[in-house]
Design a binder for this molecule. Structure first.
Ligand SMILES: NC(=O)c1ccc[n+]([C@@H]2O[C@H](COP(=O)([O-])OP(=O)(O)OC[C@H]3O[C@@H](n4cnc5c(N)ncnc54)[C@H](OP(=O)(O)O)[C@@H]3O)[C@@H](O)[C@H]2O)c1
Length: 327
């Protein structure tokens, strides 16, 4: 697997693995045995940068699953997790408006809680240091410099190797980076969800890597999502509603056709396209299915020529999406 450098010298595989889909209530059925097998399939195929959060699944479910799957293979893995949304009972929290499906999330990233969050995640994961630790969302009631100040103490004390920040603005990144070097910002970025141009420019200027979440558009960009099960969380997103999904799939056909003409899958085209947008971007696709995981990770080796990229961008400029995203 090719590697890429995020910020602060952190080297990771060009494509990582997002474990969120392995917790109940996300995108379709899953059980823990299948989940652990999926994570091990990712490691076997070189997807050794594994992304989780203390807020995925009930009571640290996703972190505990990752911990079991990497047992005995710790040294191969870059473990990335996040804090701030699993607010301890009795603690206050602030509303972070995030969009359609969630309406709002509740955040507490006060410095006094940061060490406790990290210790809890370390226990869930069964490890003694977190390789990349993110604030999941900025806390609207706490200057980001204060949250990052507490994260810097975790680095100093050996609980964390690198600091990341997720879902933040360019100005917040700049303020945070002045307190402690930030290795990565995690933000949604895919063929149907452009990155904020100012955030991208600031990350480039500061030498901060970009970890792209939902790089397959929650599965849409693979061309395989035509109907959703009862407990599928994507039902909450207007882009996936019964009335919009079929039309979106039809209008996306020219991009899928491009993949076919290149002899690759739409999922691989979506990931390769992303890798060609910036040399410090690292997508973290999620999947429960070993065959999909291998297919996705193989996209790290694809080289798209300039004229192909121009054809993709032309097709994307004609692709009009109907409906809002999940966040
Ligand atoms: N920082 C944040 O706030 C934030 C928010 C959301 C997500 N994330 C991170 O980003 C990661 C990925 O995001 P995501 O899971 O929302 O979306 P995604 O990677 O865009 O899409 C996942 C979906 O795509 C399907 N899929 C994957 N590969 C496929 C293939 N080759 N062919 C057909 N279908 C395929 C999966 O189904 P199968 O299981 O059937 O393969 C799954 O339903 C998460 O795990 C999480 O770590 C972070």
């Amino acid at each position: 697997m090719k590697t890429r450098t995020l910020g602060n010298g952190l080297r990771v595989p060009a494509i990582g693995y997002g474990a969120m889909v392995l917790s109940p209530g996300t995108y379709g059925e899953v059980d823990d045995a299948r989940g652990e097998a999926a994570i091990r399939a990712a490691l076997d195929a070189g997807g050794t940068h594994v992304d989780t959060s203390d807020a995925y699944g009930p009571d640290g479910h996703n972190e505990r699953l990752v911990g079991r799957a990497i047992k005995g293979r710790r040294d191969e893995v870059t473990v990335a997790t996040k804090f701030g949304l699993a607010v301890p009972e009795g603690e206050p929290s602030r509303a972070q408006p995030v969009g359609y499906a969630f309406g709002e999330l509740r955040v507490n990233a006060e410095p006094r809680l940061v060490r406790g969050y990290a210790e809890h995640s370390l226990r869930n994961l069964g490890i003694d240091v977190i390789d990349l630790y993110y604030a999941h969302y900025p806390d609207p009631g706490v200057p980001i410099e204060e949250t990052v100040g507490a994260m810097a103490e975790l680095v100093r004390d050996g609980l964390v190797r690198h600091i990341g920040l997720s879902n933040l603005t360019a100005a917040q990144l700049r303020a945070a980076h002045a307190v402690h070097p930030v290795a990565a910002v995690q933000t949604e970025w895919s063929m149907w969800r452009p990155i904020d141009a100012e955030l991208l420019a600031t990350a480039r200027e500061l030498g901060v890597g970009i970890v792209a979440w939902s790089p397959l558009g929650n599965g849409f960009l693979t061309g395989t999502v035509t109907a959703l099960g009862e407990d599928d969380f994507r039902r909450n997103a207007p882009r996936f509603s019964a009335e919009n999904l079929a039309g979106n799939n039809n209008r996306y056909a020219p991009v899928r056709d491009l993949a076919v003409s290149l002899g690759i899958t739409p999922a691989q085209l979506a990931l390769a396209w992303l890798l060609h947008q910036d040399e410090h971007v690292v997508p973290i696709p999620g999947s429960r299915t070993p065959a999909h995981i291998e297919e996705n990770l193989a996209a790290a080796d694809l080289v798209l020529h300039e004229d192909t990229l121009a054809r993709i961008d032309d097709a994307l400029s004609r692709f009009k999406v109907t409906g809002a995203t999940l966040l």
